[in-house]
Design a protein around this ligand. Structure first.
Ligand SMILES: [Zn+2]
Length: 327
């Protein structure tokens, strides 16, 4: 028997929403119970992907498969009420109506309570699927009413194979680098691949002054502030910019010991020349500075101020070794 509420948990971009779609297709596929439906790994029929129901679900036009997504980063009570109203009506055609509440952790308390009522008195013939990074991100009363299914991050190797399959022209070395940067998230990997991560990386390390031997005389607080300003202008990209920067710094740290383990394999020359003028302690401080900024931004800190502080602190760290030399 299929439970009436499911919770799919796992990091962003791991495939929770795609799995919800596949699940809705498997329940409603018109040929799943005939010869066309081949049983999947767990004995559940796989959807054919070709029948009317499968196609409608896949392009989002099926009237009985309802998805609610956050607006401006938040799920609001009117969205949950609207969902409740549509579920009060009879299904149009589906054998199993499916309602997906995506990123359920973004619900404010009012929306959460409205959803809780729905879970306490589930609308007939409907399966609710909630998605969230972790069950603990939801009200315990909500999480406890759902059957929990956890999605584990993909390993870098699997992710690189997936990338090469999706993007035929991608070379193995490039796919491996992107897979490392994406940290198990398929969506993040595809986004990096599509936005040309190489250009993004080259831009970030150049703007940070980490693509050439460090010369403290060439640096200044004004330059650091300019770097922060450039980063801040890129709003939506700041998250990946900082991630890329951290990976670069990590590569610089391990370069003298494990050169074969670096992620940025295509920039070995730059790594070698920068590393010659910077020591391990400086690199650890740099990494921690970027990490700290990332955490502050994730906690909804003031982005511009956080980036200013980060850039100035980085500048300080660069100056350290040169200062020691002149003493
Ligand atoms: Zn089908």
């Amino acid at each position: 028997m299929v439970p009436h509420a499911l919770l799919f948990s796992g990091i962003e971009g791991i495939g929770k929403k795609s799995a919800a779609k596949l699940f809705a297709q498997a329940l409603n596929c018109e040929s799943a119970n005939t010869a066309a439906g081949e049983p999947g790994k767990n004995g559940m029929p796989l959807p054919c992907g070709r029948c009317r129901a499968c196609r409608q679900i896949s392009d989002g036009s099926h009237p009985d498969i309802i998805t609610v997504m956050p607006r401006k980063g938040m799920l609001r009570i009117d969205q949950i009420r609207e969902l409740n109203n549509s579920l009060a009506l009879k299904p149009f055609s589906a054998a199993h109506r499916v309602a997906v509440v995506a990123d359920a952790h973004t619900m404010n308390p009012e929306a959460g309570n409205a959803l809780l009522k729905m879970l306490e008195e589930p609308p007939g013939g409907t399966i609710l699927i909630l998605t969230a990074p972790q069950p603990t991100d939801l009200l315990p009363t909500i999480a406890s009413r759902c059957r929990h299914i956890r999605f584990n991050p993909l390993g870098a190797h699997d992710l690189s194979l997936l990338l090469m399959k999706k993007m035929r022209t991608m070379r193995a070395e490039q796919a491996e680098t992107i897979a490392d940067l994406a940290d198990g998230s398929c969506t993040r990997a595809l986004r990096l691949a599509e936005t040309g991560w190489r250009e993004q990386r080259d831009w970030v390390v150049r703007a940070a002054g980490l693509d050439r031997p460090i010369d403290a005389k060439q640096r200044s607080a004004a330059l650091a502030m300019a770097f922060a300003a450039q980063l801040a202008l890129r709003k939506d990209h700041v998250g990946t910019d900082l991630e890329i920067l951290k990976t670069w710094i990590r590569d610089l740290s391990i370069w003298p010991y494990q050169p074969r383990m670096v992620v940025n394999r295509d920039r070995r020359d730059a790594l070698a020349s920068v590393r010659a003028g910077i020591d391990g302690r400086q690199l650890t401080s740099l990494w921690e500075t970027v990490e700290k900024a990332q955490r502050a931004i994730a906690a909804n800190g003031n982005m511009r101020l956080t980036l200013d502080v980060m850039a100035l602190h980085m500048d300080d760290i660069f100056a350290r070794r040169q200062a020691k030399r002149t003493v």
